[in-house]
Write a protein that binds this ligand. Structure first.
Ligand code: GLP
Length: 241
């Protein structure tokens, strides 16, 4: 795993944005794997600014998001579909039909998982996957114990994950208990992976990532088996390493 140390959240975001921009310039029809949460917000901000100032175009780019809560309408303000629209898609020239997010309101969640797996395959796989990391080492919504063989699947969210994400909801009770997520195997199929980490709350997880062996008890450790992963982390996230 290649590690890039950034001074701050802003620098982490700029470094990540440059990687995404370079790929999009090189391959205008690139497939970007995108993530939600606070961590990639600065990356999206940088990309929007670059789009406005330098005209980097996303007309032919396709995106697939990692995950979505089960039970939320795509229009619900807490859905990851809304998050992506508000934070990124509505500010760039991407075509709506080129942006993909699992449907957490699908009649059959099982069929939705299969559909999403096939969709990613049909796009030719992910060229660059952006990832954040949960405090318990989760990536996407793959909680500790998830099989490294997992493809797109439905997960029960850990209480700690629901608590961490409750800041976006009215109360912990309104945080969904389930989500659809790309699995570990789906993530590892990406040609390149950018793992972003910022802030002291991620320091323990980053320490564990460096020190612990590869284990399903710590999902992010699966990334150590991939040949093209770059961790971009700020000083606070690296403080225990
Ligand atoms: C959520 C998302 C993950 C994200 C994680 C960390 O659970 N499903 O994709 O990486 O939270 O979020 P944050 O970046 O807000 O710390």
């Amino acid at each position: 795993m290649h590690v890039i140390k950034a001074e701050s959240f802003e620098e982490m975001s700029r470094i990540a944005a440059n990687k995404v921009m370079n790929l999009v310039k090189e391959k205008p029809s690139a497939v970007l794997g995108l993530a939600t949460g606070s961590t990639p917000v600065g990356l999206y901000r940088e990309l929007i600014q670059d789009h406005r100032q330098n005209g980097t175009s996303y007309q032919d780019v396709r995106t697939v998001n990692l995950d979505e809560y089960v039970g939320l309408e795509p229009s619900s303000h807490n859905s990851y579909a809304s998050f992506m629209r508000d934070m990124f898609f509505s500010h760039i020239d991407i075509a709506e039909q080129n942006t993909h997010i699992p449907n957490g309101k699908a009649g059959s969640l099982e069929e939705e998982c299969q559909r999403y797996d096939k969709l990613i395959e049909g796009l030719g796989g992910v060229d660059l996957q952006v990832l954040g990391i949960g405090r318990n080492g989760h990536i996407g919504f793959n909680e500790p114990g998830t099989s490294f063989e997992s493809t797109v699947h439905v997960v029960q969210l850990d209480q700690s994950t629901r608590e961490a994400n409750s800041r976006f909801f009215d109360s912990i009770d309104s945080v969904p208990r389930e989500a659809i997520t790309m699995g570990i195997a789906s993530i590892l199929k990406s040609k390149e992976i950018l793992l972003l980490a910022s802030g002291a709350s991620k320091a323990e997880a980053i320490k564990q990532l460096f020190e612990d062996s590869v284990s399903e008890q710590f999902p992010a450790s699966a990334l150590k088996t991939h040949h093209n992963v770059t961790l971009i982390a700020d000083q606070d996230a690296l403080q225990l390493t």
